[in-house]
Design a protein around this ligand. Sequence first.
Ligand SMILES: Cc1cc2nc3c(=O)[nH]c(=O)nc-3n(C[C@H](O)[C@H](O)[C@H](O)COP(=O)(O)O)c2cc1C
Ligand code: SF4
Length: 536
Amino acid sequence: MRWSSARGADHDGKPGVTVKIYIPGDAASLSVGAEEVERAMAREIAVRKLDATIVRNGSRGLFWLEPLVEVETPKGRVAYGPVEAEDVPGLLDAGMLDGKGHRLSLGLTEQIPFLKRQTRLTFARCGVTDPLSLDDYRAHGGWRGLERALALAPQAIVEEVVASGLRGRGGAGFPTGIKWRTVLGAVSEQKYIVCNADEGDSGTYADRMLMEGDPFVLIEGMAIAGIAVGATKGFIYVRSEYPHAFRTLGRAIRIARLNGWLGARVAGSGKAFDLEVRLGAGAYICGEETSLLESLEGKRGQIRPKPPLPALKGLFGQPTVVNNVLSLATVPIILDKGATFYRDFGMGRSRGTLPIQLAGNIKQGGLVEVAFGLTLRQAIEEFGGGTASGRPIRAVQVGGPLGAYFPQELLDTPLDYEAFAAQRGLLGHGGVVVFDDTVDLAHQARFAMEFCAIESCGKCTPCRIGSTRGVETIDRIVAGTERAKNLAVLEDLCDLMLDASLCALGGLTPYPVLSALKHFPEDFHKPAPRLAPAAE
Ligand SMILES: Cc1cc2nc3c(=O)[nH]c(=O)nc-3n(C[C@H](O)[C@H](O)[C@H](O)COP(=O)(O)O)c2cc1C
Ligand code: SF4
Protein backbone atom coordinates (compact mmCIF):
# COMPACT_ATOMS: atom_id res chain seq x y z
CA MET A 1 0.00 0.00 0.00
CA ARG A 2 1.42 3.37 -0.92
CA TRP A 3 -0.25 5.90 1.30
CA SER A 4 1.23 9.26 0.62
CA SER A 5 3.48 10.95 -1.82
CA ALA A 6 4.55 14.55 -1.85
CA ARG A 7 6.60 15.96 -4.62
CA GLY A 8 8.61 19.12 -4.98
CA ALA A 9 12.23 19.93 -4.31
CA ASP A 10 13.97 16.67 -3.57
CA HIS A 11 15.68 15.85 -0.27
CA ASP A 12 19.21 16.63 -1.41
CA GLY A 13 18.49 19.14 -4.09
CA LYS A 14 18.64 16.46 -6.84
CA PRO A 15 15.53 16.59 -9.00
CA GLY A 16 13.48 13.58 -10.05
CA VAL A 17 14.44 10.98 -7.42
CA THR A 18 11.43 9.84 -5.42
CA VAL A 19 12.75 8.20 -2.31
CA LYS A 20 10.85 5.22 -0.94
CA ILE A 21 10.37 5.08 2.82
CA TYR A 22 9.12 1.78 4.22
CA ILE A 23 6.98 1.83 7.37
CA PRO A 24 5.44 -1.51 8.35
CA GLY A 25 1.66 -1.79 8.49
CA ASP A 26 1.37 -5.22 10.13
CA ALA A 27 -0.34 -5.81 13.48
CA ALA A 28 2.91 -6.13 15.48
CA SER A 29 4.27 -2.78 14.25
CA LEU A 30 0.90 -1.08 14.61
CA SER A 31 0.79 -2.20 18.24
CA VAL A 32 3.97 -0.25 18.95
CA GLY A 33 3.05 2.94 17.10
CA ALA A 34 3.71 2.44 13.36
CA GLU A 35 0.55 4.35 12.47
CA GLU A 36 1.70 7.43 14.40
CA VAL A 37 5.13 7.18 12.77
CA GLU A 38 3.52 7.03 9.33
CA ARG A 39 1.37 10.08 10.08
CA ALA A 40 4.36 12.04 11.36
CA MET A 41 6.39 11.08 8.31
CA ALA A 42 3.61 12.03 5.87
CA ARG A 43 3.26 15.40 7.65
CA GLU A 44 7.00 16.12 7.44
CA ILE A 45 7.14 15.09 3.78
CA ALA A 46 4.34 17.55 3.01
CA VAL A 47 5.73 20.42 5.11
CA ARG A 48 9.29 20.02 3.81
CA LYS A 49 8.07 19.38 0.24
CA LEU A 50 10.21 16.27 0.01
CA ASP A 51 10.21 14.02 -3.02
CA ALA A 52 9.46 10.87 -1.07
CA THR A 53 6.77 8.23 -0.92
CA ILE A 54 5.75 5.97 1.94
CA VAL A 55 5.27 2.25 1.38
CA ARG A 56 3.48 0.22 4.05
CA ASN A 57 5.36 -3.07 4.05
CA GLY A 58 5.04 -6.11 6.31
CA SER A 59 7.35 -6.73 9.23
CA ARG A 60 10.87 -8.06 8.73
CA GLY A 61 10.33 -9.91 12.02
CA LEU A 62 12.82 -8.00 14.20
CA PHE A 63 10.17 -7.15 16.75
CA TRP A 64 12.37 -5.45 19.32
CA LEU A 65 13.26 -2.89 16.63
CA GLU A 66 9.69 -2.14 15.52
CA PRO A 67 8.57 0.19 14.16
CA LEU A 68 11.54 -0.44 11.86
CA VAL A 69 11.64 2.31 9.23
CA GLU A 70 13.67 1.77 6.09
CA VAL A 71 14.74 4.07 3.30
CA GLU A 72 15.83 2.99 -0.16
CA THR A 73 19.27 4.33 -1.05
CA PRO A 74 21.62 3.59 -3.97
CA LYS A 75 23.59 1.29 -1.60
CA GLY A 76 20.51 -0.63 -0.54
CA ARG A 77 17.84 -0.25 2.11
CA VAL A 78 18.97 1.46 5.31
CA ALA A 79 17.10 0.78 8.55
CA TYR A 80 16.26 2.87 11.62
CA GLY A 81 14.51 1.62 14.70
CA PRO A 82 12.69 1.47 16.94
CA VAL A 83 11.26 4.75 15.65
CA GLU A 84 8.71 6.84 17.53
CA ALA A 85 6.64 9.61 15.95
CA GLU A 86 8.66 12.30 17.72
CA ASP A 87 11.89 10.92 16.21
CA VAL A 88 10.75 11.66 12.66
CA PRO A 89 11.81 15.35 12.32
CA GLY A 90 15.25 14.56 13.82
CA LEU A 91 15.71 11.62 11.48
CA LEU A 92 14.96 13.77 8.44
CA ASP A 93 17.22 16.57 9.76
CA ALA A 94 20.04 14.02 10.10
CA GLY A 95 19.71 13.03 6.43
CA MET A 96 17.70 9.84 6.75
CA LEU A 97 16.57 10.07 3.13
CA ASP A 98 20.21 9.64 2.12
CA GLY A 99 20.73 6.83 4.63
CA LYS A 100 22.85 9.03 6.89
CA GLY A 101 23.68 8.31 10.52
CA HIS A 102 21.43 8.88 13.52
CA ARG A 103 21.27 7.33 16.98
CA LEU A 104 18.54 4.97 15.64
CA SER A 105 20.60 3.91 12.58
CA LEU A 106 20.93 0.19 12.08
CA GLY A 107 22.88 0.35 8.80
CA LEU A 108 21.96 -1.65 5.72
CA THR A 109 18.92 -3.77 6.60
CA GLU A 110 20.23 -6.93 4.97
CA GLN A 111 23.46 -6.63 7.01
CA ILE A 112 21.73 -6.64 10.41
CA PRO A 113 23.19 -9.86 11.92
CA PHE A 114 19.76 -11.17 13.00
CA LEU A 115 18.63 -11.06 9.35
CA LYS A 116 21.92 -11.76 7.61
CA ARG A 117 22.33 -15.17 9.25
CA GLN A 118 18.89 -16.37 8.16
CA THR A 119 17.85 -18.39 5.12
CA ARG A 120 14.61 -16.81 4.08
CA LEU A 121 12.79 -19.00 1.60
CA THR A 122 9.16 -18.93 2.76
CA PHE A 123 9.61 -15.39 4.10
CA ALA A 124 11.77 -14.16 1.21
CA ARG A 125 9.46 -11.22 0.43
CA CYS A 126 8.00 -10.54 3.87
CA GLY A 127 8.92 -7.01 4.93
CA VAL A 128 10.62 -6.42 1.60
CA THR A 129 7.67 -5.73 -0.67
CA ASP A 130 4.40 -3.86 -0.59
CA PRO A 131 2.10 -6.77 0.39
CA LEU A 132 -0.70 -5.73 -2.00
CA SER A 133 1.39 -4.74 -5.00
CA LEU A 134 1.19 -7.29 -7.78
CA ASP A 135 4.10 -5.54 -9.50
CA ASP A 136 6.27 -5.98 -6.42
CA TYR A 137 5.20 -9.59 -6.09
CA ARG A 138 6.05 -10.34 -9.70
CA ALA A 139 9.36 -8.43 -9.52
CA HIS A 140 10.41 -10.58 -6.54
CA GLY A 141 9.74 -13.96 -8.14
CA GLY A 142 5.98 -14.20 -7.58
CA TRP A 143 3.73 -16.48 -9.69
CA ARG A 144 6.68 -18.42 -11.15
CA GLY A 145 5.77 -21.52 -9.12
CA LEU A 146 2.16 -21.39 -10.30
CA GLU A 147 3.20 -20.88 -13.91
CA ARG A 148 5.44 -23.95 -13.72
CA ALA A 149 2.68 -25.95 -12.04
CA LEU A 150 0.28 -25.05 -14.85
CA ALA A 151 2.73 -26.58 -17.34
CA LEU A 152 2.91 -29.87 -15.39
CA ALA A 153 0.52 -32.79 -15.04
CA PRO A 154 -1.21 -32.93 -11.60
CA GLN A 155 0.75 -36.06 -10.63
CA ALA A 156 4.03 -34.31 -11.47
CA ILE A 157 3.17 -31.36 -9.20
CA VAL A 158 2.31 -33.70 -6.33
CA GLU A 159 5.50 -35.73 -6.83
CA GLU A 160 7.58 -32.53 -6.83
CA VAL A 161 6.14 -31.65 -3.42
CA VAL A 162 6.73 -35.21 -2.17
CA ALA A 163 10.34 -35.08 -3.39
CA SER A 164 10.97 -31.75 -1.67
CA GLY A 165 10.45 -33.44 1.70
CA LEU A 166 8.12 -30.63 2.84
CA ARG A 167 6.34 -31.57 6.06
CA GLY A 168 3.30 -29.82 7.49
CA ARG A 169 4.24 -26.78 9.54
CA GLY A 170 0.99 -26.79 11.54
CA GLY A 171 2.32 -29.15 14.17
CA ALA A 172 2.15 -32.80 13.21
CA GLY A 173 4.89 -32.65 10.56
CA PHE A 174 3.03 -34.94 8.16
CA PRO A 175 4.53 -34.99 4.62
CA THR A 176 2.54 -32.47 2.55
CA GLY A 177 3.00 -34.27 -0.79
CA ILE A 178 1.71 -37.58 0.61
CA LYS A 179 -1.46 -35.87 1.82
CA TRP A 180 -1.91 -34.29 -1.62
CA ARG A 181 -1.39 -37.70 -3.25
CA THR A 182 -4.32 -39.11 -1.26
CA VAL A 183 -6.60 -36.23 -2.30
CA LEU A 184 -5.48 -36.48 -5.93
CA GLY A 185 -6.33 -40.20 -5.89
CA ALA A 186 -9.80 -39.65 -4.40
CA VAL A 187 -12.62 -39.66 -6.95
CA SER A 188 -15.13 -36.85 -6.45
CA GLU A 189 -16.92 -34.09 -8.35
CA GLN A 190 -15.81 -31.52 -5.79
CA LYS A 191 -12.61 -31.27 -3.76
CA TYR A 192 -11.41 -28.49 -1.47
CA ILE A 193 -8.22 -26.82 -0.27
CA VAL A 194 -8.49 -25.53 3.28
CA CYS A 195 -5.81 -23.35 4.77
CA ASN A 196 -5.47 -23.60 8.54
CA ALA A 197 -4.74 -20.05 9.71
CA ASP A 198 -6.07 -20.53 13.23
CA GLU A 199 -2.54 -20.14 14.71
CA GLY A 200 -3.42 -20.64 18.37
CA ASP A 201 -0.09 -21.83 19.81
CA SER A 202 1.47 -19.66 22.47
CA GLY A 203 4.42 -17.64 21.18
CA THR A 204 3.57 -18.11 17.50
CA TYR A 205 2.93 -15.46 14.90
CA ALA A 206 4.58 -16.66 11.68
CA ASP A 207 1.26 -17.32 9.92
CA ARG A 208 0.02 -13.84 10.78
CA MET A 209 3.26 -12.20 9.65
CA LEU A 210 3.09 -13.98 6.33
CA MET A 211 -0.60 -13.30 5.68
CA GLU A 212 -0.08 -9.60 6.44
CA GLY A 213 3.33 -9.27 4.81
CA ASP A 214 3.07 -11.46 1.69
CA PRO A 215 -0.53 -12.63 1.13
CA PHE A 216 -0.07 -13.44 -2.56
CA VAL A 217 2.36 -16.26 -1.74
CA LEU A 218 -0.37 -18.04 0.22
CA ILE A 219 -2.84 -17.48 -2.63
CA GLU A 220 -0.28 -18.84 -5.09
CA GLY A 221 0.41 -21.89 -2.90
CA MET A 222 -3.29 -22.65 -2.57
CA ALA A 223 -3.85 -22.30 -6.30
CA ILE A 224 -1.00 -24.75 -6.94
CA ALA A 225 -2.53 -27.17 -4.41
CA GLY A 226 -5.92 -26.87 -6.12
CA ILE A 227 -4.50 -27.51 -9.57
CA ALA A 228 -2.43 -30.43 -8.24
CA VAL A 229 -5.28 -32.35 -6.60
CA GLY A 230 -8.19 -31.18 -8.77
CA ALA A 231 -9.85 -28.83 -6.28
CA THR A 232 -11.55 -25.73 -7.64
CA LYS A 233 -12.39 -24.07 -4.36
CA GLY A 234 -10.36 -23.04 -1.33
CA PHE A 235 -11.04 -21.53 2.08
CA ILE A 236 -8.67 -19.74 4.44
CA TYR A 237 -9.80 -20.12 8.05
CA VAL A 238 -8.33 -17.17 9.96
CA ARG A 239 -8.52 -16.88 13.72
CA SER A 240 -10.78 -14.12 14.99
CA GLU A 241 -7.90 -12.37 16.76
CA TYR A 242 -6.29 -11.56 13.39
CA PRO A 243 -8.46 -8.75 11.91
CA HIS A 244 -5.54 -7.20 10.01
CA ALA A 245 -4.61 -10.49 8.35
CA PHE A 246 -8.27 -11.08 7.51
CA ARG A 247 -8.56 -7.67 5.85
CA THR A 248 -5.28 -7.96 3.96
CA LEU A 249 -6.17 -11.42 2.66
CA GLY A 250 -9.60 -10.23 1.53
CA ARG A 251 -8.00 -7.39 -0.45
CA ALA A 252 -5.28 -9.63 -1.88
CA ILE A 253 -7.85 -12.20 -3.05
CA ARG A 254 -9.86 -9.47 -4.81
CA ILE A 255 -6.73 -8.11 -6.50
CA ALA A 256 -5.61 -11.60 -7.57
CA ARG A 257 -9.08 -12.37 -8.95
CA LEU A 258 -9.30 -9.06 -10.85
CA ASN A 259 -5.95 -9.80 -12.43
CA GLY A 260 -6.77 -13.34 -13.51
CA TRP A 261 -4.71 -15.26 -10.92
CA LEU A 262 -7.90 -16.69 -9.41
CA GLY A 263 -11.22 -17.54 -11.03
CA ALA A 264 -12.53 -19.64 -13.90
CA ARG A 265 -9.26 -19.52 -15.87
CA VAL A 266 -6.26 -19.26 -13.56
CA ALA A 267 -3.50 -17.32 -15.36
CA GLY A 268 -5.31 -17.84 -18.66
CA SER A 269 -5.23 -21.63 -18.34
CA GLY A 270 -8.17 -23.97 -18.57
CA LYS A 271 -7.99 -24.58 -14.81
CA ALA A 272 -10.37 -23.00 -12.29
CA PHE A 273 -9.58 -22.10 -8.69
CA ASP A 274 -11.09 -19.54 -6.36
CA LEU A 275 -10.78 -18.62 -2.71
CA GLU A 276 -12.73 -17.32 0.25
CA VAL A 277 -11.48 -16.17 3.59
CA ARG A 278 -13.47 -17.01 6.74
CA LEU A 279 -13.08 -15.76 10.29
CA GLY A 280 -12.99 -18.32 13.13
CA ALA A 281 -14.84 -17.92 16.39
CA GLY A 282 -11.90 -17.97 18.79
CA ALA A 283 -11.40 -21.50 20.12
CA TYR A 284 -8.02 -23.25 20.31
CA ILE A 285 -9.60 -26.55 19.31
CA CYS A 286 -10.78 -25.03 16.00
CA GLY A 287 -7.12 -25.24 14.93
CA GLU A 288 -7.38 -29.03 14.93
CA GLU A 289 -8.25 -29.91 11.37
CA THR A 290 -11.51 -31.86 11.88
CA SER A 291 -12.81 -29.32 14.36
CA LEU A 292 -11.88 -26.57 11.91
CA LEU A 293 -13.90 -28.29 9.20
CA GLU A 294 -16.93 -28.51 11.51
CA SER A 295 -16.56 -24.79 12.24
CA LEU A 296 -16.20 -23.96 8.53
CA GLU A 297 -19.43 -25.85 7.92
CA GLY A 298 -21.11 -23.57 10.43
CA LYS A 299 -21.25 -26.06 13.29
CA ARG A 300 -19.76 -26.06 16.78
CA GLY A 301 -16.02 -26.75 16.67
CA GLN A 302 -15.83 -30.35 17.85
CA ILE A 303 -13.47 -33.13 16.90
CA ARG A 304 -14.55 -35.67 14.29
CA PRO A 305 -13.18 -39.16 14.91
CA LYS A 306 -10.62 -40.33 12.31
CA PRO A 307 -10.98 -42.30 10.06
CA PRO A 308 -12.29 -41.13 7.69
CA LEU A 309 -9.35 -38.83 6.97
CA PRO A 310 -10.23 -35.31 5.79
CA ALA A 311 -8.20 -36.14 2.66
CA LEU A 312 -11.00 -38.57 1.73
CA LYS A 313 -14.01 -37.12 3.54
CA GLY A 314 -13.35 -33.57 4.64
CA LEU A 315 -15.22 -30.31 4.09
CA PHE A 316 -18.91 -31.05 3.36
CA GLY A 317 -17.90 -34.71 3.14
CA GLN A 318 -15.63 -34.13 0.12
CA PRO A 319 -11.90 -34.91 -0.31
CA THR A 320 -10.02 -32.00 1.26
CA VAL A 321 -6.43 -30.88 1.66
CA VAL A 322 -6.03 -29.20 5.04
CA ASN A 323 -2.66 -27.50 5.35
CA ASN A 324 -1.11 -24.85 7.52
CA VAL A 325 -0.37 -21.37 6.11
CA LEU A 326 3.39 -21.98 6.04
CA SER A 327 3.10 -25.39 4.35
CA LEU A 328 1.04 -23.87 1.53
CA ALA A 329 3.15 -20.71 1.29
CA THR A 330 6.31 -22.78 0.87
CA VAL A 331 4.98 -24.63 -2.18
CA PRO A 332 5.56 -21.77 -4.70
CA ILE A 333 9.32 -21.68 -4.08
CA ILE A 334 9.49 -25.49 -4.34
CA LEU A 335 7.74 -25.43 -7.72
CA ASP A 336 9.80 -22.45 -8.87
CA LYS A 337 13.26 -23.65 -7.85
CA GLY A 338 12.65 -27.39 -7.83
CA ALA A 339 12.39 -30.07 -5.15
CA THR A 340 16.15 -30.61 -4.97
CA PHE A 341 16.84 -26.97 -4.21
CA TYR A 342 14.49 -27.13 -1.23
CA ARG A 343 15.44 -30.52 0.14
CA ASP A 344 19.13 -29.58 0.12
CA PHE A 345 18.43 -27.53 3.25
CA GLY A 346 17.82 -29.22 6.60
CA MET A 347 18.81 -32.37 8.46
CA GLY A 348 17.57 -35.96 8.60
CA ARG A 349 13.92 -36.20 7.63
CA SER A 350 13.34 -32.51 8.39
CA ARG A 351 13.98 -30.87 5.02
CA GLY A 352 14.03 -27.20 4.08
CA THR A 353 13.70 -24.34 6.50
CA LEU A 354 11.80 -23.78 9.74
CA PRO A 355 10.39 -20.37 10.63
CA ILE A 356 11.21 -20.20 14.36
CA GLN A 357 9.30 -17.69 16.46
CA LEU A 358 11.21 -16.39 19.49
CA ALA A 359 8.95 -15.24 22.31
CA GLY A 360 8.55 -15.07 26.07
CA ASN A 361 11.41 -13.75 28.19
CA ILE A 362 13.75 -13.02 25.27
CA LYS A 363 15.85 -9.98 24.47
CA GLN A 364 15.43 -10.06 20.70
CA GLY A 365 12.04 -11.56 19.94
CA GLY A 366 11.21 -12.21 16.32
CA LEU A 367 11.07 -14.49 13.34
CA VAL A 368 14.11 -16.59 12.44
CA GLU A 369 13.87 -18.69 9.28
CA VAL A 370 16.78 -21.11 9.11
CA ALA A 371 17.46 -24.61 7.83
CA PHE A 372 16.39 -27.36 10.25
CA GLY A 373 19.28 -28.42 12.47
CA LEU A 374 20.10 -25.23 14.36
CA THR A 375 20.12 -26.02 18.07
CA LEU A 376 17.60 -24.54 20.45
CA ARG A 377 20.46 -22.87 22.32
CA GLN A 378 21.78 -21.24 19.13
CA ALA A 379 18.32 -19.94 18.32
CA ILE A 380 17.89 -18.43 21.78
CA GLU A 381 21.41 -17.13 22.34
CA GLU A 382 22.76 -16.27 18.89
CA PHE A 383 19.53 -14.84 17.52
CA GLY A 384 17.50 -14.05 20.63
CA GLY A 385 20.40 -12.62 22.66
CA GLY A 386 19.34 -14.48 25.83
CA THR A 387 16.62 -13.45 28.25
CA ALA A 388 15.10 -9.96 28.33
CA SER A 389 15.46 -9.93 32.12
CA GLY A 390 19.17 -10.74 31.89
CA ARG A 391 18.65 -13.64 34.30
CA PRO A 392 19.67 -17.22 33.45
CA ILE A 393 17.38 -19.36 31.30
CA ARG A 394 15.65 -22.07 33.32
CA ALA A 395 13.11 -23.58 30.92
CA VAL A 396 12.07 -23.33 27.29
CA GLN A 397 8.74 -24.48 25.92
CA VAL A 398 8.76 -25.32 22.23
CA GLY A 399 5.69 -26.24 20.18
CA GLY A 400 2.91 -24.28 21.88
CA PRO A 401 0.92 -25.05 25.02
CA LEU A 402 1.16 -28.80 24.41
CA GLY A 403 4.96 -28.75 24.07
CA ALA A 404 7.40 -30.05 26.67
CA TYR A 405 9.47 -27.79 28.94
CA PHE A 406 13.14 -28.29 28.18
CA PRO A 407 15.75 -27.61 30.88
CA GLN A 408 19.26 -26.19 30.24
CA GLU A 409 20.62 -29.74 29.62
CA LEU A 410 18.36 -30.18 26.57
CA LEU A 411 19.04 -26.83 24.92
CA ASP A 412 21.55 -28.40 22.54
CA THR A 413 18.77 -30.43 20.90
CA PRO A 414 18.69 -29.60 17.18
CA LEU A 415 15.47 -28.14 15.82
CA ASP A 416 14.39 -31.27 13.98
CA TYR A 417 11.14 -33.25 14.28
CA GLU A 418 12.81 -36.54 15.22
CA ALA A 419 15.37 -35.04 17.62
CA PHE A 420 12.57 -33.33 19.54
CA ALA A 421 10.40 -36.46 19.57
CA ALA A 422 13.36 -38.42 20.98
CA GLN A 423 13.32 -36.07 24.00
CA ARG A 424 9.53 -36.40 24.33
CA GLY A 425 9.26 -32.90 22.93
CA LEU A 426 7.37 -31.28 20.13
CA LEU A 427 8.57 -28.92 17.42
CA GLY A 428 4.99 -28.04 16.53
CA HIS A 429 4.62 -24.75 14.69
CA GLY A 430 8.08 -23.55 15.74
CA GLY A 431 7.10 -21.35 18.69
CA VAL A 432 9.89 -20.96 21.28
CA VAL A 433 8.87 -19.49 24.65
CA VAL A 434 11.74 -18.72 27.02
CA PHE A 435 11.52 -18.57 30.84
CA ASP A 436 14.18 -17.32 33.25
CA ASP A 437 15.04 -18.75 36.66
CA THR A 438 12.04 -17.14 38.35
CA VAL A 439 9.62 -19.56 36.68
CA ASP A 440 7.76 -22.10 38.82
CA LEU A 441 7.23 -25.28 36.80
CA ALA A 442 4.54 -26.67 39.12
CA HIS A 443 2.57 -23.54 38.28
CA GLN A 444 3.24 -24.09 34.55
CA ALA A 445 2.11 -27.74 34.82
CA ARG A 446 -1.10 -26.57 36.45
CA PHE A 447 -1.51 -24.02 33.66
CA ALA A 448 -1.24 -26.81 31.04
CA MET A 449 -4.02 -28.81 32.70
CA GLU A 450 -6.16 -25.72 33.18
CA PHE A 451 -5.66 -24.69 29.54
CA CYS A 452 -6.82 -28.16 28.45
CA ALA A 453 -9.85 -27.98 30.75
CA ILE A 454 -10.85 -24.59 29.32
CA GLU A 455 -10.21 -25.47 25.67
CA SER A 456 -11.44 -29.09 25.69
CA CYS A 457 -14.18 -29.69 23.12
CA GLY A 458 -15.76 -32.07 25.61
CA LYS A 459 -16.11 -35.02 23.27
CA CYS A 460 -14.02 -37.53 25.22
CA THR A 461 -13.75 -38.24 28.94
CA PRO A 462 -9.96 -38.44 29.46
CA CYS A 463 -9.60 -34.85 28.30
CA ARG A 464 -12.87 -33.31 29.51
CA ILE A 465 -12.76 -34.80 33.02
CA GLY A 466 -9.07 -35.71 33.23
CA SER A 467 -7.83 -32.15 32.79
CA THR A 468 -10.04 -30.86 35.62
CA ARG A 469 -8.90 -33.71 37.89
CA GLY A 470 -5.33 -32.82 36.83
CA VAL A 471 -5.71 -29.24 38.06
CA GLU A 472 -7.11 -30.46 41.38
CA THR A 473 -4.31 -33.00 41.81
CA ILE A 474 -1.56 -30.45 41.13
CA ASP A 475 -3.22 -28.08 43.60
CA ARG A 476 -3.04 -30.82 46.26
CA ILE A 477 0.62 -31.51 45.48
CA VAL A 478 1.52 -27.82 45.74
CA ALA A 479 -0.48 -27.54 48.99
CA GLY A 480 1.54 -30.47 50.40
CA THR A 481 -1.46 -32.78 50.76
CA GLU A 482 -0.36 -36.45 50.54
CA ARG A 483 2.32 -35.50 48.05
CA ALA A 484 3.67 -38.95 47.18
CA LYS A 485 0.19 -40.34 46.62
CA ASN A 486 -0.95 -37.38 44.50
CA LEU A 487 2.22 -37.39 42.40
CA ALA A 488 1.47 -41.04 41.56
CA VAL A 489 -2.14 -40.12 40.72
CA LEU A 490 -0.91 -37.32 38.44
CA GLU A 491 1.44 -39.63 36.53
CA ASP A 492 -1.32 -42.20 36.20
CA LEU A 493 -3.73 -39.58 34.91
CA CYS A 494 -1.15 -38.37 32.36
CA ASP A 495 -0.69 -41.95 31.09
CA LEU A 496 -4.42 -42.28 30.65
CA MET A 497 -4.76 -38.96 28.80
CA LEU A 498 -1.82 -39.86 26.54
CA ASP A 499 -3.32 -43.22 25.61
CA ALA A 500 -7.05 -42.66 25.56
CA SER A 501 -7.76 -39.10 24.35
CA LEU A 502 -9.52 -38.78 21.04
CA CYS A 503 -7.28 -35.99 19.73
CA ALA A 504 -3.95 -34.38 20.46
CA LEU A 505 -5.31 -31.69 22.80
CA GLY A 506 -5.98 -34.21 25.54
CA GLY A 507 -3.31 -36.55 24.16
CA LEU A 508 -0.45 -34.07 24.38
CA THR A 509 -1.35 -32.03 27.47
CA PRO A 510 0.68 -34.56 29.51
CA TYR A 511 3.84 -33.45 27.67
CA PRO A 512 4.28 -30.13 29.50
CA VAL A 513 3.13 -31.75 32.78
CA LEU A 514 5.41 -34.79 32.61
CA SER A 515 8.38 -32.73 31.42
CA ALA A 516 7.91 -30.37 34.37
CA LEU A 517 7.78 -33.37 36.74
CA LYS A 518 10.83 -34.98 35.16
CA HIS A 519 13.15 -32.02 34.72
CA PHE A 520 12.02 -29.75 37.55
CA PRO A 521 10.88 -32.10 40.37
CA GLU A 522 12.02 -29.66 43.05
CA ASP A 523 9.19 -27.28 42.10
CA PHE A 524 6.66 -29.92 43.20
CA HIS A 525 8.37 -30.36 46.58
CA LYS A 526 8.55 -26.80 47.86
CA PRO A 527 7.32 -26.15 51.40
CA ALA A 528 3.56 -25.77 51.31
CA PRO A 529 2.44 -22.13 51.33
CA ARG A 530 1.40 -21.03 54.82
CA LEU A 531 -2.10 -19.70 55.29
CA ALA A 532 -2.23 -16.16 56.65
CA PRO A 533 -3.37 -16.13 60.31
CA ALA A 534 -7.01 -15.15 60.67
CA ALA A 535 -7.57 -11.56 61.77
CA GLU A 536 -8.38 -11.19 65.49
C1 LIG B 1 -5.53 -28.86 19.56
C2 LIG B 1 -4.90 -28.67 18.22
C3 LIG B 1 -4.73 -27.38 17.71
C4 LIG B 1 -4.17 -27.20 16.45
N1 LIG B 1 -4.01 -25.93 15.99
C5 LIG B 1 -3.48 -25.73 14.76
C6 LIG B 1 -3.35 -24.41 14.24
O1 LIG B 1 -3.69 -23.42 14.90
N2 LIG B 1 -2.82 -24.27 13.00
C7 LIG B 1 -2.43 -25.36 12.25
O2 LIG B 1 -1.98 -25.19 11.13
N3 LIG B 1 -2.54 -26.60 12.72
C8 LIG B 1 -3.07 -26.81 13.95
N4 LIG B 1 -3.21 -28.10 14.40
C9 LIG B 1 -2.82 -29.22 13.51
C10 LIG B 1 -3.95 -29.56 12.53
O3 LIG B 1 -4.84 -30.48 13.15
C11 LIG B 1 -3.42 -30.19 11.26
O4 LIG B 1 -2.49 -31.19 11.56
C12 LIG B 1 -2.77 -29.19 10.31
O5 LIG B 1 -3.62 -28.12 10.02
C13 LIG B 1 -2.39 -29.88 9.01
O6 LIG B 1 -1.64 -29.00 8.21
P1 LIG B 1 -0.09 -29.25 7.94
O7 LIG B 1 0.04 -30.68 7.52
O8 LIG B 1 0.24 -28.31 6.84
O9 LIG B 1 0.62 -28.97 9.21
C14 LIG B 1 -3.75 -28.32 15.69
C15 LIG B 1 -3.91 -29.61 16.21
C16 LIG B 1 -4.46 -29.77 17.46
C17 LIG B 1 -4.62 -31.16 17.99
S1 SF4 C 1 -9.06 -34.85 23.54
FE1 SF4 C 1 -10.23 -33.10 24.32
S2 SF4 C 1 -10.40 -31.74 22.57
FE2 SF4 C 1 -9.80 -33.76 21.78
S3 SF4 C 1 -11.72 -34.82 21.32
FE3 SF4 C 1 -11.24 -35.34 23.41
S4 SF4 C 1 -12.36 -33.79 24.59
FE4 SF4 C 1 -12.22 -33.01 22.53
